[in-house]
Ligand binder design. Structure first.
Ligand code: SF4
Ligand code: SF4
Length: 498
């Protein structure tokens, strides 16, 4: 059971601030453990196995053998301290186990004890420790206080990636029967039904028809949101939150308007009605692959020649880095286009070619700033040039909105702060962590609001949008101060005859 207690959002400091250390400040934060049925559906034991210690060590050995980088990360740390104040969860809580190096050390100590000579014979000298029940509990708590955002790795002189350590920790935990309820339940729904929400085909079709009617009522133009349309040029794979949540759904309407005006034949798919791939969060290659294969199958079934991803950060991280490995070869797709492609790339290209009729003054009431989502900023790229993941969305934003302002450079681009809800933490049993972890982003937002009267944060990640809707009110803002980039695009598109 989660032991979430009443809490208050920390006050936003006038400038970024390193908190005082508070030992154990977040030791009570622990997400619900997965139910046996959710565990078994993913190929894991239903509950904590009797011989959990030996199996955990065996699994660690397996991961060390399979992933060279994992071993290097555990060996390379020189305790220089450069990462200690770079994690938003540390900055928001002061808990030293939320320092990236503190988090890594939970696993490193056990690694040293079992996989290094010095740790076997002189454990105290090299900081090695046994995998005790207490340590196992710390793994569960603190590997679920990392959103796998990779900010710390930008500052580490050795490039040590705590996200990879957390993923490995979670994979070991799931393999001994201690998976996380939120992530594992969702992955099960994707395997069974096709999306995170468990939305079946009739409900999805009905929702899309309703959106078509809404657009027609508002604009007088029939813009299609096709489902399972064979022989479409483009299969759009988008987070299922786009089908109903605010502000996500306004982004989906924006994609539809883009495709409509550009005359592109596109479709959504029931089978691949989810871009998210939570297999990444739990570090499970097998589950990540199974989720990714639906997309390949859907594209083949529908005869699609392009796969385009909607606004979802970690989905793009998986797609950009691994789709070909997980679900390739993708040689049936049109070689003229990247496989896969991001919706921002599609819109950017159309704008560059003058193929969209835009009126940015439609957004004149909005004064916006762009939030770089961590999975796009630090774990993938976009377009053909380095840094495209920062430039392309901003180019699109400036084409559709006249009032765009930048937050502090230490809180944007490669140094962007996570929203606080990524990496499988977007669950109500972790709301305290989510609120506190969003402090650095809220600090930067408050500052740009103060300086430029900014009204909205704009994001291209479904998790960021949901997370901000939840946490903004804790800091004196309103939940509707977050927008989808393609909402602004959709509002600026002038539909109808040229
Ligand atoms: S990956 Fe992100 S959340 Fe995890 S320790 Fe590093 S900075 Fe913190
Ligand atoms: S910055 Fe890198 S080397 Fe330095 S303490 Fe952190 S993880 Fe270790």
């Amino acid at each position: 059971m989660s032991k979430e207690k009443a809490f208050e959002a920390p006050p936003i400091p006038p400038a970024p601030q390193i908190p005082a250390l508070v030992e154990g400040a977040m030791s009570h934060s622990r997400p619900f453990v997965a139910e046996p049925e959710h565990q078994r559906a993913l190929g894991f034991p239903g509950e904590l196995v009797d011989d959990w210690h030996d199996r955990a060590i065996e699994k660690m050995g397996d991961l060390l053998h399979r992933y060279r980088g994992f071993r290097v990360f555990l060996d390379a740390c020189v305790k220089c301290g450069a990462c200690t104040d770079k994690c938003h969860y540390f900055l928001g809580t002061g808990d030293p186990k939320n320092m990236p190096v503190g988090r890594q050390d939970l696993l490193r100590k056990v690694y040293r004890r079992h996989f290094t000579l010095a740790g076997k014979f002189f454990p105290k000298l090299v900081g090695a420790a046994d995998l005790s029940e207490e340590m196992l509990d710390d793994w569960y708590r603190y590997f679920h206080q990392c959103s796998q955002c990779r900010r710390c790795s930008v500052f580490c002189p050795y490039g040590i990636d705590t996200a990879e350590v957390s993923m490995a920790g979670r994979e070991i935990l799931a393999s001994i029967g201690m998976g996380q309820k939120y992530s594992n339940e969702i992955i099960g729904k994707v395997h069974r039904i096709g999306n995170n929400l468990g939305l079946p085909q009739p409900a999805l079709a009905h929702t899309l028809e309703g959106l078509e009617e809404d657009i027609e009522e508002e604009t007088g133009v029939r813009v299609r949101l096709p489902l399972d349309q064979a022989d479409s040029d483009i299969l759009l794979v988008t987070p299922s939150a786009d089908f109903f949540a605010e502000p996500h759904v306004d982004g989906l309407i924006g994609y539809a308007k883009v495709f409509h005006q550009a005359g592109l034949r596109w479709t959504l798919s029931t089978k691949a009605s989810e871009a998210a791939n939570f297999g990444l969060f739990i570090g499970s290659y097998e589950n990540m692959r199974k989720v990714a294969l639906r997309i390949r199958d859907a594209a083949l079934d529908l005869g699609a020649r392009r796969i385009v991803f909607g606004e979802c950060g970690h989905a793009w991280r998986v797609a950009y880095n691994f789709l070909d490995t997980l679900a390739g070869p993708l040689d049936f797709l049109d070689p003229k286009y990247p496989a896969p492609q991001h919706i921002v790339e599609v819109t950017h290209d159309l704008i560059s070619r003058g193929a969209l009729r835009l009126d940015p003054s439609a957004n004149d009431e909005r004064r916006v700033t762009f939030h770089d989502s961590c999975n796009i900023a630090r774990a993938s790229r976009m377009g053909e040039v380095a840094g495209g993941q920062f430039a392309l969305p901003r180019d699109v934003l400036r084409s559709v909105c006249n009032h765009v302002f930048e937050m502090d450079p230490d809180a944007t681009g490669e140094r962007t702060f996570c929203c606080g809800g990524g990496g499988g933490l977007l669950t109500d049993d972790l709301v305290e962590l989510r609120v506190k972890g969003s402090l650095p982003r809220m600090q930067a937002f408050k500052e740009i609001v103060r300086r430029h009267r900014v009204s909205h944060l704009v994001a291209i990640c479904a998790i960021c949008k949901s997370q901000f809707s939840k946490v903004l009110p804790f800091y004196g803002f309103t939940m509707d101060q977050v927008l989808s980039l393609h909402q602004l695009v959709g509002d600026a598109i002038v539909l109808g005859e040229r």
